[in-house]
Design a protein around this ligand. Structure first.
Ligand SMILES: NC(=O)c1ccc[n+]([C@@H]2O[C@H](COP(=O)([O-])OP(=O)(O)OC[C@H]3O[C@@H](n4cnc5c(N)ncnc54)[C@H](O)[C@@H]3O)[C@@H](O)[C@H]2O)c1
Ligand SMILES: [Zn+2]
Length: 365
């Protein structure tokens, strides 16, 4: 078992990472929430994780809770305010009051929706995250960002709202489709480049299919990614500066997602391309040497083939300038210096960006 502390207001909390943890979720929650009769537990989840929902409900009942289950429809297109309203109406009908605890069981979509719901319902009730995708386990469930999409853009409506605990059980990943599994792993690789050289070294050699069947390796890599995020987020909860290193690979990644109407790539796959582009930009502007850039590119490609890039460079550049993280038209890049160290650069020449995107389009994998 690994415990990682998030030193954040209003109170510090832990992410607990352990294979098989879901079966003991009830006991874990008793530890976090105390033994009083108080808490009324409401599990928010989606149909693809029903099997894990049953296990969770059994574990919660076994620990003396009387949990209720609320399903939301699956998928990014339901990550919208209407879903929050529907869930809130259900909570009210089920008699949820200020002592309610919302448990998010699912991928990043369920986590973001349930998180926002918890921060709004009766002006906020407790939240516990139980992420079930690699992406949510290494990234989305930790750090306290919640949100839904607007037609005008992704994640435009949201709050910072920290959970009381995050329970991470790599065993639930056994039912995750291969493509989703791999896409989440790129965020782990990202953590390696940002600040975990050993994580990077292991991932650059890993065989994804073997990893899926290796509980110890999975637990370790998730724990390392969570530790990295905990360090960064604890130093900068609200993304004023330091937290932006977590956007490594995301500058170009977000633009590729947007350019393709969020249909061509899973988020992690777009970030994978973004990391390749960032490595080649870093080599061009000289923040790192050619060998380091190539190691990053090879590590990304080692996970397997990605949907190809079709975007035209000038469309990507236009989208970069429109990104919500872009201030005053200045595009910020997080570029590697070496494996485990990155820096922010905001004066990358447009010609270098264009060359990097052209290279992606020419890349066969
Ligand atoms: N809050 C944050 O800091 C943060 C960070 C990164 C991403 N996000 C958000 O996370 C979302 C993406 O998350 P995601 O990649 O987990 O996508 P997702 O939640 O859509 O999950 C992907 C698919 O896998 C299914 N699924 C989940 N767990 C499963 C399991 N164990 N077995 C089988 N199927 C399973 C889901 O139901 C869904 O169909 C995006 O909306 C993104 O904006 C948030
Ligand atoms: Zn991401």
């Amino acid at each position: 078992m690994t415990r990682v502390t998030f030193a954040l207001p209003p109170q510090p909390y832990e992410a607990v990472i352990e294979y098989g943890l879901l079966e003991r979720a009830g006991v874990q929650l008793r530890e976090v929430l105390g033994n009083g009769p108080g808490a009324a537990v409401f599990v928010v989840t989606a149909p693809p994780v029903r099997r894990w929902g049953k296990k969770l409900m059994a574990s919660l009942s076994g620990a003396g809770f009387r949990p209720k289950l609320l399903e939301m429809p699956d998928g990014e297109r339901h990550k919208k305010l209407a879903t929050i309203e529907q869930l809130a109406e259900k909570l009210a009908r089920l008699g949820a009051e200020r002592n309610a605890v919302i448990v998010a069981l699912g991928g990043g979509v369920v986590g973001d929706v349930a998180g926002l719901l918890a921060s709004l319902y009766m002006r906020s009730v407790d939240l516990v995250q139980i992420p079930t995708t690699v992406l949510a386990q290494v990234d989305a469930s930790i750090g306290g960002k919640t949100g839904v999409n607007l037609r005008a853009g992704k994640n435009l409506l949201g709050t910072f709202y920290q959970p009381r605990a995050v329970l991470i059980d790599p065993a639930v990943l056994s039912t995750l489709p291969d493509r989703e599994f791999r896409a989440g792993l790129y965020e782990g690789l990202k953590c390696g480049v940002i600040g975990r050289p050993e994580l990077f070294s292991r991932l650059e050699k890993v065989e994804v299919r073997t990893l899926r069947r290796d509980p110890a390796a999975l637990e370790w890599l998730i724990a390392e990614s969570v530790r990295l995020k905990a360090e960064v987020v604890s130093a900068d909860e609200r993304e004023s500066g330091l937290r932006r290193v977590l956007n490594f690979g995301h500058t170009i990644g977000h633009a590729l997602e947007a350019e393709s109407g969020y249909r061509r790539f899973l988020h992690g796959e777009a970030v994978a391309w973004g990391m390749i582009a960032a490595a080649s930009i870093a080599r061009s502007v000289g923040t790192c040497d050619g060998a380091t850039a190539q190691r990053i590119i090879d590590a990304v490609k080692n996970f397997g083939t990605l949907p190809g890039v079709k975007a035209r460079s000038r469309d990507v550049v236009r989208l970069l300038r429109a990104d919500k993280k872009t201030r005053d038209g200045v595009v910020h890049f997080v570029l590697p210096r070496e494996i485990g160290k990155v820096e922010m650069v905001n004066d990358v020449p447009e010609s270098v960006i264009i060359a990097a995107v052209d290279e992606l389009r020419r890349s066969l994998k």
